[in-house]
Write a protein that binds this ligand. Structure first.
Ligand SMILES: [Zn+2]
Length: 1026
């Protein structure tokens, strides 16, 4: 075959033109027609240019922004934003969406007034659209819903302030599975018209492609139902361009559209055919005449012209071809087209967890990956919530210190490679560093607020110290020598809207001490010996983090009970017993060797636990008040990590993927004595399982749950095998394959082992495929009982055996799982050059209730776990008068507290002087006989001494009035449902400006902006009790 025979007609014609071109120099300037809009009756391809810019992953957020550290990844977000502006100006038909506000705001601050004006015009004209609009594209498994709301609010408020725009579209294209809370709360309740995403289970996706049900109406909340539903679209493959080679970054190797016949390799028809083929393929699995091409992927458009040049040509030639209609579009235009089609859509309820991208690749490891970072984020989240309340009481300082830097750090930490635990180690360190910097500034806000609220005598000037390192049993403020004529003042602040009776635990150095309340009454207290496990944890980590070994080891934990008003504090004095009388009870310590005594009882009041000394795993649980008795067994196991390096289809266990290769029960090693510590406030059973696992089981006076504190690490890897360490808590409940886990800390979703409600599950990973994210808790039930386990951070967990709850506590892995991070999840802590595997200390809590009565504890205690007491310490010389003008305080009106079913999510003074208030109903419909009812809050009582001038109900992210949002809301039809068939959920009535009462129905969160007559920074009239 000669060269001529191989040429098709098109090429022949080009050849002729080429020969002509050599003889005469002609202008080849082409005007591409990109002005196409939608054409009815034709297949419309919405070409959506976008860049997915991770707010930290392989590089830190700042490195990605400025484009440094390019040996890891060639990525510079500054280039993206810089080059988008001229690219959009060059053709008014071109469009672009931008998502991550953490980057956009960095860029915006650096722009000239001229560029800002241009960008505002581009946004106004719709060429540039800001969507999603949070600081980052948050993960949906590990973040708590309060953090999701806060980070979205931060982005949305900036966008409304600068551009007067409210983002319409949820764009969660990369997170690894999708939560129900994302759909209804961070979707419908922030006023989004739709949400799009790229990652759903591969089996689910195949079925949905066949049924054309990738696009659905998603009702995430059982309680709110159709009142907070959203149009949701899963992409057919991922968030990249369609198959057929349409990547146009400078370094991408897709074929460009070569349409100059004077040059070689003219390929217009071939490229048009590939585009049309991709469109027809996608149309086959999509309803209506509209499909979306996501034109972009990670860190693309760094030189935007390379993309737009090709897309201009594709649009031009595809439309000349005429088989389909292609247009520059955005997800908003696409959503409107779907809505205008006036079709009924399939209904989707619950969530899209867990996610597997192919066989044996369940992304359920990241539910636990980096458990220390997950805990740090949770601790900071609660601290931020409390600090904003205190900042409001004190009056916000624009110049600082204020809580803004912590807000920013926390927002970034919600990114789907941050709290998820899927970034490189140096990036995880960067997230932690940002949180630490934000904390330090916020700590001084809190200290100043306490000084202000306690009306401290400025001459005495005691500063309020706080103890962030209590997790490693380190608190210099409480470890002072009291025998030298000093007393320690402990201030306990309660960020909850209810009165709270809780336990404080502090390390102390001396034994002869007593605790008194602010009226001088002795408070019952107990000294618990400081055991070796805690001393070792403390010494190593103080040296690792602070660079010195503490000079002394505390002798005891001082334990005492405190009672604190809502949104308020009380103060207690700790001093030597000699001076003040009274004393702290020493605990009774007993050790039991194996076989010595068969049963050991601990507990207070109604609660009793009976341990068998035979390895201490069998416990009988008894609550005499509720007549609940239950044999509980608690064990540790590990999963060895799968090494698939040499498999035909390699898939290791890694930071994302959990792929176990065998379960191994961790048997207590050697003679394990049980150490039992008893006293008037707490009984503890200490168990050392092996050299790297120990735990303490606690029962407190007045509490009807069991607290388990575990220390796991360093996980041994000298056998060359990575490990996932889990604990199993087993009961006799006949749970019939069923368990319930929370969605982002809010609604509970029913899970059935080896089952998915949306498709017939093909089980290939019976362990990993049954794992779910747990932010709040997990519970089982049978006809008599509920067995609930609550957690202190996000973990992965499951119920793999009836009656049993399993939590994955820690992971240490030696291989990468080929999802891009290219690092093994092997966290270490180093002292000088010596590094050991990271140790995790944490808590979970369990309780058994009569059937139908467990929600009360889960909801109320869940709030206490999320928002612990905030402690602050000051020293005072004995004999001197009390330096505080006010020893206790409540931010609410005297004796007012929120209803038992309502939580305060946000109380914050905004930079414009308005007060942002969010209240949440904590129960779902039918969850509790009484507490699932309507609640009513008297707003006046939340602001004593102030006059509420105006209350404006807002969308969840406080960027528009709720009434405006409701007016704009698109109404969608659901298959098989008449228009009035969807039962409207009950919602609280509009707030009457005279009565100022806010009603809340199950799962409702209401957000209001409040204008107070006097700005909060001026006068304060709170209830102070000296
Ligand atoms: Zn991403």
């Amino acid at each position: 075959m000669n060269w001529f025979e191989r040429m098709d007609l098109a090429k022949f014609l080009c050849c002729v033109v080429l020969l002509r071109g050599i003889s005469s120099v002609e202008s080849r300037y082409m005007v591409y027609n990109t002005s196409h809009t939608m054409v009815p009756g034709k297949l419309n391809v919405h070409v959506v240019p976008h860049s997915h810019d991770d707010v930290g992953w392989l590089k830190t957020v700042d490195q990605y922004y400025v484009g440094s550290n390019n040996s890891i990844q060639v990525a510079c977000v500054q280039n993206v934003l810089d080059s988008i502006v001229p690219a959009l100006l060059a053709d008014k038909n071109r469009k672009f969406i931008y998502v991550e506000q953490a980057f956009f705001q960095r860029w915006w601050r650096e722009q000239s007034e001229e560029i800002k004006r241009i960008v505002k015009d581009l946004i106004r004209s719709g060429q540039l659209e800001l969507i999603n609009g949070g600081m980052c594209m948050h993960d949906e498994a590990a973040p708590h819903y309060i953090d999701m709301i806060d980070q979205t609010t931060l982005g949305h408020r900036f966008i409304i302030r600068e551009f007067n725009v409210t983002p319409r579209i949820g764009w969660q294209i990369d997170p690894f599975g999708h939560s129900a809370v994302q759909a209804y709360l961070l979707g419908a309740e922030v006023g989004f018209d739709s949400v799009f995403f790229g990652r759903i289970d591969y089996q689910d996706r195949e079925k949905r492609k066949k049924e054309k049900s990738l696009e659905v109406i998603w009702r995430g909340s059982k309680s709110l139902g159709s009142s907070s539903q959203i149009f949701a679209g899963a992409f057919p493959k991922n968030y990249e361009p369609p198959p057929g080679g349409f990547y146009y970054e400078i370094t991408d190797d897709s074929p460009v559209v070569q349409d100059d016949p004077d040059l070689f390799d003219y390929n217009v028809q071939e490229r048009v055919n590939a585009f049309v083929a991709a469109a027809l393929d996608q149309a086959n699995i999509t309803r209506t005449d509209h499909i979306m091409f996501t034109m972009g992927t990670d860190f693309r458009y760094q030189y935007a012209h390379t993309w737009f040049r090709q897309m201009d040509k594709l649009l031009h030639y595809v439309n000349l071809d005429g088989r389909i209609n292609a247009l520059y579009s955005t997800p908003s235009i696409y959503t409107d087209a779907k809505h205008a089609a006036n079709k009924a859509w399939p209904l989707k309820t619950e969530d899209y967890f867990p996610y597997a991208d192919r066989i044996n690749a369940y992304w359920t490891g990241y539910f636990t990956s980096r458990p220390a970072l997950k805990r740090y984020v949770r601790v900071m989240s609660a601290y931020y919530l409390a600090a904003r309340q205190l900042e409001f009481f004190k009056g916000r300082s624009e110049k600082g210190p204020n809580t803004d830097s912590l807000a920013d750090a926390l927002a970034i930490a919600q990114h789907h490679d941050a709290v998820s635990g899927t970034s490189k180690q140096h990036v995880a360190n960067d997230y932690a560093k940002r949180l630490a910097i934000g904390y330090v500034e916020t700590e001084s806000v809190v200290a100043t607020a306490f000084a202000h609220l306690t009306k401290v005598d400025p001459a005495l000037n005691p500063t309020f110290q706080q103890c962030l390192l209590l997790n490693i049993s380190y608190c210099p403020s409480s470890e002072i020598n009291l025998s030298e004529g000093k007393s320690l003042i402990v201030l306990a602040y309660n960020p909850l809207g209810w009165k709270r009776v809780d336990i404080v635990r502090l390390p102390v150095v001396g034994g002869d001490i007593a605790v008194h309340d602010s009226e001088g009454n002795e408070v019952e207290s107990q000294l618990v010996p400081f055991t070796d496990e805690y001393a070792a944890l403390r010494n190593y980590h103080v040296e690792a983090y602070l660079g010195h070994t503490p000079t002394q080891v505390p002798k005891y934990w001082l334990v005492f009970s405190v009672s604190v008003p809502p949104l308020g504090f009380t103060t207690y004095t700790i001093s030597t017993a000699k001076k003040t009388g009274g004393y702290s009870s020493k605990s009774y310590v007993s050790r039991y060797q194996k076989g010595e005594q068969s049963i050991i009882d601990v507990g207070h009041g109604h609660m009793k636990l009976s341990f068998s000394t035979d390895q201490g795993t069998a416990i009988n649980y008894l609550n005499s008040r509720t007549s609940m008795t239950e044999p509980v067994k608690q064990t540790f196991s590990y999963y060895s990590a799968y090494n698939g390096t040499n498999d035909k289809e390699p898939q290791n266990s890694g930071a994302y993927v959990f792929r176990p290769n065998g379960t191994f029960l961790i048997k207590p090693e050697g003679q394990v004595p049980l150490t039992v510590i008893r006293g008037p406030l707490v009984d503890e059973v200490h168990q050392r399982i092996n050299p790297w696992i120990s735990q303490v089981t606690r029962v407190y006076k007045g509490k009807e749950h069991v607290e388990v504190e575990f220390i796991v690490g360093s996980i041994p890897i000298d056998d060359g095998i990575g490990k996932d360490v889990v604990t199993q808590i087993s009961s006799s409940l006949e749970s019939n394959k069923t368990f319930y886990t929370d969605s982002s800390g809010r609604d509970y979703i029913k899970r059935i082992r080896d089952y998915r409600s949306d498709w017939k599950l093909e089980v290939n990973q019976p362990i990993a495929g049954n794992y779910y994210p747990i932010n709040h808790g997990i519970y089982l039930e049978d006809s008599n009982k509920e067995f609930s386990v609550m957690v202190d951070r996000a973990f992965g967990g499951s119920s793999l055996v009836d009656g049993q709850v399993e939590l994955m506590l820690h992971r240490r892995l030696l291989l990468d799982d080929s999802r891009g991070v290219a690092e093994a999840l092997n966290e270490t802590v180093c002292v000088q050059d010596k590094c050991t595997g990271l140790t995790i200390q944490g808590k979970y809590y369990y309780r058994i209730d009569p059937y139908g009565e467990g929600a009360k504890w889960r909801r109320t205690f869940g709030q206490e776990i999320y928002s612990p007491l905030l402690l602050a310490f000051a020293q005072q010389d004995d004999g001197k008068p009390m330096s505080f003008g006010a020893a206790s305080f409540s931010g609410f009106d005297s004796s007012y507290s929120l209803p038992d079913n309502v939580a305060l999510l946000t109380l914050q003074e905004l930079d414009d002087g308005n007060v942002l208030l969010r209240l949440a109903h904590l129960y779902e419909v039918g969850e509790d006989k009484e507490l699932s009812g309507m609640a009513s809050v008297e707003l006046k009582k939340l602001f004593p001494g102030k006059k509420i001038a105006k209350v404006t109900e807002m969308s969840l992210s406080a960027n528009q009035e709720r009434s405006e949002m409701e007016k704009k809301r698109l109404v969608w039809k659901v298959e098989g449902e008449g228009s009035d068939e969807a039962k409207k959920a009950k919602r609280g009535r509009d707030i009457d400006p005279r009565k100022l009462e806010m009603e809340l129905y199950p799962m409702e969160i209401r957000t209001v902006l409040i204008r107070l007559e006097h700005p909060p920074s001026h006068t304060h009239k709170y209830r102070f009790d000296a």
